[in-house]
Design a protein around this ligand. Structure first.
Ligand code: PEP
Ligand code: MN
Length: 379
């Protein structure tokens, strides 16, 4: 196939500058960072953490939970109202804007009175549209930034819906936080990321920055660098990482918090790949390969169409000859043959297995439809 390079090079890669300005920072400042402890425990803990962060990072949105949603009562539930003053002190002393979690109207009102710059809606709150709406109504008319964590269950519409509720009351600065999902699967992660959810979020709302909450996905410091790198490789916009001056004595999420020094080391090793490029040569090469991929995709659809036509033929034949749709031996043969073929070519056999299950399911559906059609000869 001959590719017209001139035609291709004018297709520019999407610009990131169309994103919502988030809290005065354009997302072209990438990664947007949100560092600070899981919870505000004392003024000294906040100040020491923030000052240590300041030695490494010039800009940062400083996070600390003031009201903590705990699974069972009795654990540390946050320092409450007085911690809002500590956040103010952090802001004065370091210049970092400050953020905390809100879960009800009273929280929002207290944050607005205390001049908190950004609030976030936690994963346990995003699941409840009534609660999100109440928070949105309380935020109306304020100039604060709002971040919405994904709901604990992997439901993209709840996440998108919460963002829409916040935007509908006129809040301009909105971001999404991807913090992973609670599922029954065994996993090395505390909350498995299901990256496709963040990707789907971006596909639907590329105007909203997506920030990866590495700490809640990881649950342990060792996984944080890998998750942060993956976030950057997948073109996410920012990183939230829980940071504590002395994680061992943290009153919540002690197992996953890291020191500002360790965070700085992780950052030194992080590769920030660019989302797009002004380099014409690079854009042209990328677009050329993309054109070839599009062509391969078209061929794949044509092959599938060809297969579907044959399935229609065989379905009609089986019906006419009174033979069952499903023939177990034939299915085993196809399955083994294609997996063997995949192995020989070097394609991942698991992928081909999944693909063939879908193809076979569709083949059965089509043949069922043929079997259920009234007989042509019966009139
Ligand atoms: C947090 O950020 O400390 C927190 C409670 O997060 P999540 O709502 O994601 O569980
Ligand atoms: Mn936490």
């Amino acid at each position: 196939m001959i590719i017209d390079l001139k035609a291709i090079s004018i297709i520019k890669i999407n610009s990131t500058n169309t994103k919502t300005a988030f809290f005065g920072f354009k997302t072209k400042q990438r990664p947007f960072t949100i560092f600070g402890p899981c919870s505000a425990e004392s003024e000294i803990q906040l100040l020491e953490t923030a000052k240590a962060l300041k030695t490494h990072f010039n800009q940062n949105l400083f996070r600390a939970g003031v009201w903590k949603p705990r699974t069972r009562p009795g654990s540390f539930e946050g320092a409450g109202l007085e911690a809002l003053n500590w956040l103010q002190t952090v802001k004065q002393e370091t210049g970092f804007p400050v953020a905390t979690e809100v879960a009800n109207t009273a929280h929002v009102e207290a944050c607005l009175r205390a001049g908190i710059d950004v609030v976030w809606i936690g994963a346990r709150t995003t699941v409840n549209p009534f609660q999100v709406q109440e928070i949105a109504d309380a935020l109306q008319g304020s100039g604060v930034g709002v971040m919405v964590k994904n709901p604990i269950n992997p439901d993209i519409n709840l996440w998108l819906g919460a963002i829409e509720r916040i935007q509908k009351v006129g809040i301009q600065e909105v971001a999404a936080i991807h913090r992973g999902f609670q599922t029954s699967e065994q996993s090395v992660y505390r909350y498995p990321p299901h990256w496709h959810m963040a990707i789907e979020f971006k596909r639907q709302r590329n105007d909203i920055p997506v920030i990866t909450d590495c700490s809640h996905i990881a649950g342990t410091p060792e996984l944080i660098p890998v998750i942060a790198q993956k976030s950057m490789d997948l073109a996410m916009d920012g990183l939230m990482i829980e940071t504590h001056i002395n994680p061992k004595v943290a009153l919540s999420d002690a197992k996953q918090q890291i020191t500002p020094d360790l965070l700085s080391q992780i950052f030194d090793e992080l590769l920030i790949r660019q989302i797009n490029s002004a380099d014409d040569q690079l854009v042209t090469t990328l677009e050329t390969i993309r054109a070839l991929i599009d062509d391969a995709d078209d061929q794949m659809i044509r092959s599938l169409l060809n297969r579907i036509e044959l399935v229609n033929q065989i379905g009609q034949f089986k019906k006419d000859k009174n033979i069952t749709i499903f023939q177990v031996e034939r299915w085993k043969t196809i399955f083994d043959r294609q997996i063997q073929f995949a192995k020989e070519t070097g394609i991942n056999a698991d992928f081909i297995e999944k693909l063939y299950r879908i193809i076979h399911e569709e083949s059965i559906r089509i043949q069922n439809e043929i079997f259920n059609q009234p007989d042509k000869s019966s009139n």
